[in-house]
Design a protein around this ligand. Structure first.
Ligand SMILES: NC(=O)c1ccc[n+]([C@@H]2O[C@H](COP(=O)([O-])OP(=O)(O)OC[C@H]3O[C@@H](n4cnc5c(N)ncnc54)[C@H](OP(=O)(O)O)[C@@H]3O)[C@@H](O)[C@H]2O)c1
Length: 304
């Protein structure tokens, strides 16, 4: 297949391009610097510019688009809701329209933040009612609506992406925590916010699998654990032999976030596992995967 991967410079987009390039012709898009990945054709694209999006998709002639590009800073989206809507909502619709013109399929990467997290226990299934609390969540939900302009659409919801980040990529919860703990800094972590942390490589494999299977509809493509930030922090300290005593407990009522976050936004992975045979990792498995990469010197420049 010819696969167009948007946001190739980003954390998830880079893993998707890497996972797909051995089996498919991959065209990656960037907005800032060209990432320069071997085996990937790279092209500049601004998804919020409809004309540019159409032009790039026409030239690329993809069979499939895996759309990871987004405005991902949740508080920045709260400050600039119109921009968030333009990039995450309308930008996705632009791509879906261009995909339709080319007869291509499209998978849109969405988020657990489409939910309000009011559930008391368990994990959200794909069919449950959405109710985003933030401008980011609303803009991503608009993207979930916009992607359906294309007949061959799918949505893959993910949560708290983690893995080794390259120097040009933003930190994620795990690399942030490792960095702090290595420096001997104390960190305070929430005991009342639960998510399904998602290993980048595991998610990228699931997305490529979805594209190859021409899966349609909504899938949760996240990790299989449902953990609080504090529990995840303890697992990180334990896996990497760092001092767990530096971690203290806190609750979200003391947080000075601009955007509201859902309290319990865990997602069920039953559908993607049963229908597509994907194996979504627990946080313990994902952290072990990262540790093995680190030991083999294959951790985006991070070292022991
Ligand atoms: N990070 C998380 O924990 C998390 C959680 C739930 C869902 N998600 C979703 O997962 C996806 C991947 O997240 P990520 O953290 O891997 O993303 P990321 O590292 O922040 O990368 C996002 C990419 O989007 C590109 N981009 C931004 N605006 C664009 C525009 N107007 N046109 C074209 N490209 C644009 C950027 O390109 P340049 O770098 O070239 O400027 C960037 O590489 C996103 O859809 C996000 O909403 C993420």
């Amino acid at each position: 297949m010819r696969m167009l991967v948007t946001g190739e410079a980003g954390m998830l987009g880079s893993r998707v391009a890497r996972a797909a390039r051995d089996r498919h012709d991959v065209i990656g898009t960037y907005l800032g610097e060209a990432p320069g990945m071997e085996g990937v054709e790279e092209v500049w694209m601004d998804i919020s510019d409809r004309e540019n999006a159409f032009e790039v998709v026409r030239k690329a002639e993809p069979d499939f688009i895996i759309h990871t590009a987004a405005m991902t800073d949740v508080d920045a989206c709260e400050r600039e809701p119109e921009r968030a809507m333009l990039v995450n909502g309308i930008g996705t619709e632009n791509l879906a329209m261009a995909a339709t013109e080319m007869g291509a399929g499209i998978i849109y990467v969405s988020t657990d933040y489409v939910f309000d997290g009011e559930r008391k226990d368990g994990a959200y299934a794909e069919y449950e009612a959405v109710n985003p609390l933030s401008a980011y969540g609303r803009s991503k939900l608009r993207g979930e609506v916009g992607v359906r302009v294309c007949k061959d659409w799918a949505v893959a919801r993910v949560s708290v992406l983690y893995g080794w980040n390259s120097p040009s990529q933003h930190a994620n919860f795990v690399t942030w925590a490792i960095d702090k703990l290595r420096k001997g800094e104390r960190i305070s972590l929430l005991t009342d916010q639960f998510t399904s942390p998602t290993l980048l490589e595991n998610c990228a494999d699931a997305l490529v699998r979805m594209a190859e299977a021409r899966a349609g509809g909504i899938y949760n493509a996240c990790g299989r654990s449902c953990v609080s930030r504090h529990k995840f922090g303890m697992q990180i300290a334990e896996t990497f032999g760092l001092d767990g005593e530096l971690l203290s407990e806190s609750t979200s009522d003391g947080m000075k976030w601009l955007a509201k976050r859902p309290a319990r936004a865990c997602l069920s992975v039953r559908k993607i596992e049963e229908e597509l045979g994907a194996k979504m990792m627990t946080t313990e498995e994902g952290l072990r995967f990262m540790k093995e990469r680190l030991e083999r010197g294959n951790a985006e420049g991070w070292s022991l």
